[in-house]
Ligand binder design. Structure first.
Ligand code: ADP
Ligand code: MG
Length: 564
């Protein structure tokens, strides 16, 4: 040592980062250790923060993002420089796209060398690389600015429409020595990082007037409504007005799927015939056909409740925008609503009920078939049976057909317990989301995964086993992407090794593997695994010819115009 360091009078950047996070109520870090942040991870762990170490930064980032969605606190992902940073960036971009609050903290190499492109170890201009995909991006260049940097990142992640924030910490800042008193003085405890946004009273009146005129109103609930944690107020408004509602996939369970006002199983009729649609925390993006095309009526008028004023008119003109946070907006609606003023037409409610009934019967027929090998419907019926008395279970879901079928077959009864491919229709979020859901809630998680989707983050089953998390992964194994058929020139672009035994993977790490080929053994395996509440993976063998290319979104898949 060249200089005498007295810990009574000085501290360093590593300690300041941990102190700043703790001061702001952040209790968990998801990351992958390495240069230059290994000591940061170690210190955080030693100082009582929960540190969950992953095998790949993308999964750690996805975990942080969904933790942010579940808790309304920014999820923290910690990575090394350049490659680790870029691995984490996918998750940051996905968080921004989905409006999840998250902070990606990456260590970075020597600025002087990076900026002159002199070829440092893991050299990359990370700050500028992050900007296009982040809601905000900051770099801390002085140790006394660490507190400010973290405070700004928290404000940016949580305020208004939540999103992903990048925070760049240089290796020099982390190891910099700073006088203890100056360090303490530099910390910032953020006050009110997600301030309420009270809607303008006239926007409330305008929306209620439009809804009062409606004959065939419909409410569409999005994951913004789930995020807002205004569950009772939303339910109160829906039940008081009697308006039918349609949940977007991650809003399932905000009101239970078996609620009499749910129009989920009469979706096409509801969307096609509604004269006024009220969007609550849902965007009119591709998931709703942009509000256009043959599924929608051109004369439908819209109410849109959103925190982001620039979302309005993005796809269809909005007759009654209501800008504010959903909790404040729903409180304002409740205060202004006169009993009996809003009332959907009885014929409308009856038409939806009749269609629901018809579609439920059709669905029951499909579900009750018992083909061998299993198909998506029969296997999911077996899963549904095992979940019947477990409303506490979180569901993670990704894949193509596995996603489409499970969304319709697996009902949700509580808010924010269905976590899926979201706004991008992304694959690879499965294990990261499952790990964070288990860490945040302490509840069991069932990840319903296509075999292809599972592969993107499959190595994280080691993480699940290491932390002994009650995550049960179901791999819907049809030997490939979409389906397991080949084009005769094996291996085909969409095919995998046939008859793979995914269950053996988890056994390598001490988890429980199950291999099932029929519905009774699937129900039993899942029930047993839920009972044990330990890491498990069930290899669910389904018909390789079950499944359609691109699932329910074949219309988005361009095809050759010329065959050869
Ligand atoms: P879904 O995919 O479920 O339809 P989206 O992600 O498209 O949902 O839409 C979520 C919307 O919710 C975004 O437009 C976002 O601005 C909005 N939002 C997020 N949090 C809040 C909140 N607390 N209050 C109001 N709107 C919110
Ligand atoms: Mg498959």
């Amino acid at each position: 040592m060249t200089k005498e360091i007295d810990p009574a009078t000085v501290t360093d950047g590593f300690h300041l980062v941990v102190d700043a996070l703790k001061l702001n109520g952040i209790d968990t870090i998801y990351g992958v250790a390495g240069i230059p942040i290994t000591d940061l991870a170690r210190l955080a762990h030693a100082e009582g923060l929960k540190y969950i170490g992953f095998r790949h930064e993308q999964a750690a980032g996805n975990a942080a993002a969904i933790a942010g969605y579940l808790t309304q606190k920014p999820g923290i992902c910690l990575t090394v420089s350049a490659p680790g940073f870029l691995n984490g960036m996918l998750a940051l971009a996905n968080a921004t796209t989905n409006c999840f609050p998250m902070i990606l903290i990456s260590g970075s190499s020597n600025r002087a060398i990076v900026d002159l492109e002199q070829g440092d170890y893991e050299e990359l201009d990370q700050l500028n690389a992050a900007r296009p995909y982040a809601k905000a991006a900051y770099r801390v260049n002085n140790p006394e600015d660490i507190g400010t940097g973290i405070a700004r990142a928290i404000h940016a992640a949580l305020s208004g429409r939540p999103g992903g924030v990048y925070l760049d910490l240089t290796a020099d800042v982390l190891s910099a020595v700073i006088e203890r008193q100056a360090a303490a003085n530099s910390l910032v405890k953020v006050i009110d990082p997600a301030p309420r946004q009270i809607p303008a009273p006239e926007s409330i009146t305008r929306a209620l007037d439009l809804l009062a005129e409606a004959q065939r109103p419909l409410i569409i609930l999005g994951k913004g409504a789930a995020y807002a944690q205004a569950d009772a107020a939303i339910r109160g408004f829906i039940e008081t007005t009697g308006i039918p509602f349609l949940p977007m996939s991650m809003a399932k369970g905000l009101l239970p799927d078996n609620h009499p006002q749910s129009a989920a199983s009469a979706r096409s009729l509801a969307i096609g015939q509604a004269d006024v649609v009220m969007l609550i925390g849902a965007r009119l993006n591709w998931l709703l056909s942009h509000g256009k095309g043959k599924t929608w009526s051109p004369s439908t008028r819209f109410v849109q409740v959103d925190i982001s004023p620039t979302e309005i008119d993005s796809n269809r003109p909005i007759a009654a925008p209501v800008i504010g946070d959903i909790a404040s907006v729903m409180a304002a609606f409740a205060a202004a609503l006169k009993p009996g003023r809003i009332k959907p037409n009885t014929a409308w409610v009856d038409a939806l009920s009749a269609t629901k009934q018809k579609n439920a019967e059709r669905m029951a027929q499909r579900l009750n078939a018992d083909p061998s090998p299993m198909n998506f419907s029969s296997a999911l019926r077996a899963v549904r049976n095992a979940l019947a008395n477990r409303p506490d279970v979180y569901i993670v879901n990704e894949g193509a057909n596995t996603l489409d079928f499970a969304r319709n077959i697996i009902d949700m009864y509580q808010p924010r317990q269905r976590l899926d491919s979201g706004t991008w229709g992304i694959m690879g979020v499965g294990m990261g989301y499952a790990i964070a859901a288990a860490v945040v809630s302490g509840k069991p998680v069932v990840a319903i995964e296509g075999d292809s989707a599972f592969g993107f983050s499959g190595m994280e089953i080691e993480t699940i086993c290491r932390y002994r998390l009650p995550v049960i992964t179901l791999v819907f194994n049809n030997n490939g992407i979409y389906r397991g058929d080949t084009d005769g020139k094996s291996p085909s672009p969409t095919g995998f090794v046939t008859n793979a035994r995914y269950d053996k993977l988890i056994e390598a790490f001490g988890g429980a593997g199950y291999h099932v080929t029929d519905t009774p053994s699937l129900t039993k395996a899942l029930s047993d695994a839920l009972e044990a509440a330990k890491p498990a993976l069930i290899n669910v063998v389904i018909d390789p010819s079950a499944g359609t290319e691109s699932g329910h979104i074949q219309n988005l898949n361009p095809k050759r115009a010329v065959a050869h």
